[in-house]
Structure formats: structure tokens, C-alpha cells
Write a protein that binds this ligand. Structure first.
Ligand code: ADP
Length: 484
């Protein structure tokens, strides 16, 4: 099958969150099972091109000239096309926003990115069987396939898949920008791209894709309910038979404490005590007392409401009184930067605060912490808990989305479960789970057995990649094409 995987971020080229991890790993897994998958993304100023790149062509769309380069994902034969445009991508310091404030021309930026994609395929020429869009930044490409290019014979046998990595980001823009998308005003209605008087670019994917999927089975059900659909429950319920859930995998070539070159000390289940060396280094870097017996709770996250910061804010002063340390790494909303900085001033012996994006420090936290906190309000899949498993951290999570699918509450009697889980979205429920985790930590044998168990869980991409192939087959069937 020929698949064009469209993503605004891809590891290791550019990343703000879990989508980048998926976009760097799923194509690799699909290539390994014999599919011709290629990736296309914008060429940002901070794009870290992992190897040689060469210019493929220059294309003119909408009066703008765009250069397209190609490179490969590291250690793979997966081609990545980079869409270069100086004003929109090459001269910006960040991907979508600075200090929590979106670039005002994000619609123009990502509309141009999407407008390039179909003419580029024709010019190559390379006829994809599947156009796979991810999140609102790539959704317009799917709408173009079904509108502007509907009658184009080149794409007559191309089906589309739209993956929702986070329903909370609808890609909302003022109505008067619609002409910049090259779509007509016939698209400005609630059953198409309109969302309460605005344009929602996510709807371009949700309305037009042949099939839709999201990154866990529970979240696939949740996004059809008023609580999680962010106002699109009607649309999602209408598309119920086209919505699937496939849990994300992890790229264990990257996320593996036995081979991770960035760790002070590498370890495996057989050499788990070496993990303590990383803990001592983590404590040192965070100016916390170095003590291998004090449990460290780690948290690596975007500082956004979605991640449960309001209930965490209520619980943290209590957590500071317990026998544990807390290390957080993240950037995002200013109010949470302020909150964490205040806590650090008040409890310097208990909390380490790192307000930045830092992939190396993230690995030190995964390898040095004992527990990993994810009190999310909602969580489409969550990668932190899967990475934590591999690094022998025990997740403390709220039962929602992918967290509900991957972490089950530990039962001290039967030893079933992989972490500590709470349901109610409250500071008290969070605190109770932290206390249960700290209690078990005192029982070294039980804690060690739980670590050994989670480290051996297999969330590699192999199984999920096969499910994506089945999804592509379903998308093709929707346009009347039998399995290739
Ligand atoms: P989301 O995609 O909602 O941000 P996920 O849990 O799916 O959340 O994925 C987050 C990914 O981004 C993980 O790989 C996590 O380690 C990483 N990450 C998040 N914030 C930071 C940060 N400040 N520094 C380094 N890595 C981060």
C-alpha cells in the first residue's frame, strides 16, 4: 500500500507532544511490514534534520513559492518530505505558539502546508492509496481530496484517514479567513467546517475522512459523548460507524533504559538497582536532597488544563508534606508556570521545577523517578505511562482515555494491575492514590515485583501497526476499492 502520512510534527525532527512520537514511529513500523509509507511535514526553523537532505522541487500554490526537501527518518528507509516556506515556517522560533499564545496566522500557515500536498503528489508523481492526516494542522488536505480534487482522476483511488490525537484542539479561526483555505462559502455550515460562527479546521478531517480513528479504544467512545466531544458530539455520533480506536505503541529503539545513551546509568529488569544511580543524579540536578530511599514522583507534560493541573494544584501542598520528592518538567500556560515556581520557593527540599522542553532531562526523569503522575482531565492515549512502564516507574493516573486502557489499579491481594488509578476528578482522589503508591513503595519486595512486571509489558508498535493496515483497508472499502 502507498501511504502519505501527514503530520505537523515528527520525532526526531520537531516535537511538542505525543503526536510527534507517533509520527516518528508508526511509519517506521508500517515500512517494516512492507508498505510504501512516506511522511510530509512543515520545515520549521528548529527542525532537526537527522541526515542528508536534498531539494525535490519547488511548487507554487496560492501565489506562494514553496520548496520541498526530502530526508529519511534515522536508520530507516522512510522518506520525509519537508515543506519549506520562510515566512510561515523557516523564520518562527516555535511550532504553533509562543508562551501559550498561538501565532495569529496559523490558519494561513497550515492551509498553505495542506494546499501543497496534493499538487506535490501529482508532480512527483506518486499516487498514494491512503492520505493519512493527523490533527487539525493536516485536516484541510483531506477536505481538498474530497472537494477541490474530487473529480481529479489522479486521486480516484485514494482514500483518506483522519487521526484525532486530541479532540480538545479544534483548530478554530475567524470566519473571514475562510477564503484563505481556498474552499468556498458552501463549506461554512454546521454540517461542514463551521463551528459556532467560526471555522474549525479539525472538522475538515472529521467531516470528510473516509474513516476516523483516535489513539485508544476508550477515547474513541468518549469522543462520542457530550463530556469529551468538545461540542462535536452530534457530528461524532453521526459518524459512529466510521470511528475506531487504536492504542499508540512506543518506539523501543528510542525508549529503552537498557540502550538509552542519554542516561547516566543504563539498566534492565535484571539490573534494576542501577536505576538508583539515575535517581541520585536527578535529585542532584534538581537541588533536592540526594537519598535513594525517598520516593521520587515524576511528571513530564504540557502545562495545560487537560493535564489535571487544577486538581494537582489542590493536592500539591499536601503531597509536599509526605515523605517524597516531586520533579516536574513542562512548559505551557503561564498560570501553571507561576503556580509551580511559587511551590518551588516554598518547598525547595521537596519539589524540582523545570519549566522548559528538554528531551534529555525527560529521559533522566523517566529513568530516575519511582512513580509517574498523570492526573489528566482527559487523555487520548498518553505516552508518559507507557514510557514509564519501560523505565520501571509506576504510573499514578486518572481513569480516562488511554490511561484507562493501559493502567489498571494495583490490587495488593491479587497483585493484579500496573499502577495506581483514581476515577473522580478531585484533589482528594489524586492524593489518596499518591498515598497508596507511597505505602506500597515501603514494601520493597512488592514494589520491585511491580516494577519488574511493568518493565516487561510490550507496547511496541508491531500490533498497532497491523491495526492501522486494517483501518486503511476499511477506508479503501469505503470508496469501493477491495483490499490491495
Ligand atoms: P500530549 O501528546 O498530550 O502532549 P503524551 O503523553 O501523549 O501527551 O505525549 C507527551 C510526550 O511529550 C511524551 O513523550 C513526553 O515525554 C514528552 N514531553 C512533554 N513535555 C515535555 C517537555 N517539557 N520536555 C520533554 N519532553 C516532553
Amino acid at each position: 500500500m502507498k501511504i502519505l502520512y501527514i503530520s505537523p510534527e515528527v520525532v526526531p525532527l520537531a516535537k511538542t507532544g505525543g503526536l510527534a512520537d507517533v509520527a516518528g514511529a508508526l511509519p517506521k513500523a508500517l515500512k517494516n511490514i512492507g508498505h510504501d509509507i512516506r511522511v510530509i511535514m512543515p520545515f520549521y526553523k528548529m527542525t532537526n534534520v537527522p541526515g542528508p537532505k536534498r531539494e525535490v522541487m519547488t511548487i507554487k500554490v496560492n501565489g506562494e513559492t514553496v520548496e520541498i526537501f526530502e530526508t529519511k527518518l534515522p536508520d530507516t528507509e522512510v522518506t520525509v518530505y519537508l515543506v519549506a516556506h520562510d515566512r510561515f515556517f523557516g523564520s518562527r522560533d516555535c511550532l504553533y505558539q509562543v508562551k501559550g499564545v498561538d501565532y495569529p496566522d496559523n490558519l494561513e500557515r497550515f492551509a498553505l502546508f495542506c494546499q501543497v500536498i496534493l499538487p506535490f503528489c501529482q508532480a512527483l508523481p506518486w499516487k498514494p492509496d491512503i492520505l493519512h492526516g493527523n490533527d487539525w494542522q493536516s485536516a484541510l488536505a483531506i477536505a481538498y481530496l474530497k472537494t477541490l480534487f474530487k473529480a481529479d482522476p489522479f486521486f480516484a483511488r485514494t482514500a483518506s484517514v483522519y487521526s484525532i490525537h486530541n479532540m480538545g484542539y479544534l483548530g478554530l479561526f475567524p470566519k473571514d479567513k475562510l477564503p484563505l483555505t481556498a474552499l468556498g462559502w458552501d463549506q461554512f455550515k454546521p454540517e461542514r467546517l463551521e463551528f459556532w460562527g467560526k471555522i474549525s479546521l479539525a472538522k475538515a478531517g472529521l467531516v470528510y475522512a473516509d474513516v476516523i480513528n483516535t489513539v485508544s479504544e476508550t477515547y474513541a467512545k468518549e469522543i462520542q459523548t457530550a463530556e469529551y466531544a468538545c461540542g462535536l458530539e452530534g457530528l461524532m455520533q453521526g459518524r459512529q460507524s466510521d470511528i475506531y480506536g487504536i492504542i499508540n505503541g512506543l518506539d523501543y529503539d528510542i525508549w529503552n533504559p537498557a540502550t538509552d545513551k542519554n542516561l547516566p546509568r543504563r539498566y534492565s529488569p535484571a539490573t534494576l538497582t542501577l536505576k538508583e544511580e539515575n535517581k541520585l543524579e536527578l535529585q542532584k540536578q534538581n537541588n533536592l536532597p540526594q537519598n535513594r530511599d525517598i520516593p521520587v514522583i515524576g511528571m513530564i507534560t504540557r502545562l495545560a488544563d487537560q493535564k489535571g493541573f487544577d486538581i494537582l494544584a489542590g493536592a500539591l501542598p499536601e503531597i509536599m508534606k509526605l515523605n517524597c520528592q516531586f520533579v516536574v518538567l513542562g512548559t505551557g500556560d503561564q498560570k501553571y508556570h507561576d503556580l509551580l515556581q511559587k511551590l518551588q520557593q516554598k518547598y525547595p527540599e521537596h519539589i524540582g521545577v523545570n519549566l522548559k522542553f528538554d528531551a534529555i532531562l525527560a529521559e533522566l526523569i523517566y529513568s530516575g523517578a519511582d512513580m509517574f503522575l498523570m492526573p489528566s482531565l482527559y487523555e487520548p492515549c498518553g505516552l508518559g505511562q507507557l514510557i514509564s512502564f519501560k523505565y520501571g516507574n509506576i504510573p499514578i493516573v486518572r481513569r480516562t482515555g488511554g490511561l484507562a486502557d493501559t493502567v489498571h489499579d494495583y490490587n495488593p491481594e491479587t497483585k493484579s494491575g500496573e499502577g495506581f488509578v483514581f476515577s473522580e476528578y478531585s484533589s482528594q482522589a489524586l492524593l489518596d492514590s499518591v498515598k497508596r503508591a507511597l505505602e506500597l513503595y515501603k514494601n520493597k519486595a512488592a514494589w520491585n515485583a511491580l516494577q519488574q512486571k511493568v518493565m516487561k509489558l510490550d507496547y511496541s508498535w508491531d500490533a498497532s501497526a497491523k491495526k492501522y493496515v486494517a483501518l486503511y483497508v476499511k477506508a479503501l472499502a469505503k470508496i469501493g476499492i477491495a483490499a490491495l
